[in-house]
Design a binder for this molecule. Structure first.
Ligand code: SF4
Length: 360
């Protein structure tokens, strides 16, 4: 679920805030360096890892630090998808059509907030501007909110070529869900996982959070035990950090209802032992996989890389992010798109890059 957002801190770092790079503000006139990086990528015909940010959500989770737009108006996603096509066109003009896409990720917000027609249009645009000929074999993933998918949507995504799901399930405890304003019951999760298995998604990852309000060790255990019964190939534990000055919505979370660092530490100790006993390997702090997952093998060869969005095996490629707040890294140069929707729209309509910050 999340670029140039702070990398989510994990359960293994109690009390430590997320890592935030110090960006340099970028004006449209400063885009020369980006053009140069894209040109170098084009001349070397570098493979591409694409991440598309689809920022709309129907409800605001109080813990959220992501770049997202809360709205009930689904038609906004249609307009956004059209502009995303324009951004693809603008960027692809700087690239070579023969640069193969070797990894694809739809991130949110809630990617499935957009309707079926918009998702099909998105894939058609991707096919138009990029080389997706390897789609059946590459890692093609979507961030999923079980409240926002049904069988038909998962079937559509599978048919469009997606083979991996990344499901957000912060907690299964109703008291925690109430406190974070994310009512997402076990039944919804079960239906989502049943459909994903039946539709033969290759890999399912589930993200759980620690350090949430009203969360006890018992409720954390209950969530994990229920999840492990489904044997998702990947389990990621991220830690909530209370930073209401930076994220005003977090003011709705009662600080006094947060677990203490020592309780979180106990949860970590229990978690590592439990998941190890259940057959999971820990690849990084807070990130566990079953041994048959390709990432387990990549880790053995020291070939893992992690961004705030995706943990994957090291690919010799350039990363291109499209959409609101998306991040890119091309030929060693990193940048982040603007996080203001109106600004992003204006830049895309004018045919400009949406890059706002450049990272050292
Ligand atoms: S659904 Fe995801 S992106 Fe949207 S508000 Fe909740 S956590 Fe944030």
């Amino acid at each position: 679920m999340h670029a140039a957002q702070p990398v989510p801190a994990i359960i293994g770092q109690p009390g430590v805030g997320p890592t935030v790079l110090q960006p340099q503000v970028l004006h449209p006139a400063d885009h020369l360096a980006i053009r140069r990086a894209l040109r170098a990528s084009r001349l070397a015909r570098r493979p591409l890892a694409l991440t598309l940010q689809l920022p709309f959500c129907a409800n605001a989770c109080h813990f959220c630090t992501r770049c997202r737009v809360i709205t009930k108006d689904r038609s906004k996603a249609d307009d956004y998808m059209r502009l995303l096509g324009r951004e693809m066109e603008t960027l692809s003009r700087q690239l070579d059509r023969r640069q193969q896409v070797v990894q694809l990720h739809l991130s949110g917000g809630t990617p499935t907030f957009a309707g079926h027609r918009a998702l099909v249009q998105l894939m058609q645009n991707l096919q138009r501007y990029f080389d997706l000929s390897d789609l059946p074999t590459i890692d093609a993933s979507v961030a999923i909110d079980p409240r926002e998918v049904d069988w038909a949507t998962l079937d559509l995504l599978r048919g469009l070529g997606f083979n991996r799901l990344s499901i957000m399930q912060p907690s299964l405890d109703p008291a925690v869900q109430q406190a974070i304003n994310r009512l997402q019951g076990e039944q919804q999760l079960a239906e989502c996982l049943t459909a994903a298995r039946t539709l033969r998604f290759h890999s399912i990852g589930v993200e759980v959070m620690s350090g949430l309000p009203e969360q006890s060790l018992a409720s954390f255990r209950q969530t994990l035990e229920t999840l492990v019964a489904w044997q998702p190939e990947r389990i990621r534990i991220t830690r909530y950090h209370h930073q209401p000055q930076q994220y005003p919505l977090q003011r709705r979370i009662n600080r006094s209802r947060l677990p203490t660092n020592s309780e979180i530490k106990s949860a970590r100790t229990w978690l590592e032992h439990y998941l190890h006993t259940a057959g999971y390997q820990q690849l990084q702090a807070g990130f566990f996989v079953l041994p048959q997952d390709p990432l387990a093998m990549a880790a053995e060869d020291n070939q893992l890389q992690a961004t705030s969005e995706v943990i994957s095996s090291v690919l010799d490629c350039d990363s291109l992010g499209l959409g609101l707040g998306a991040t890119s890294k091309v030929k060693g140069l990193s940048w982040r798109n603007t996080r203001q929707l109106a600004d992003w729209q204006q830049r895309i309509i004018r045919g400009q890059f949406a890059a706002e910050y450049q990272y050292p």
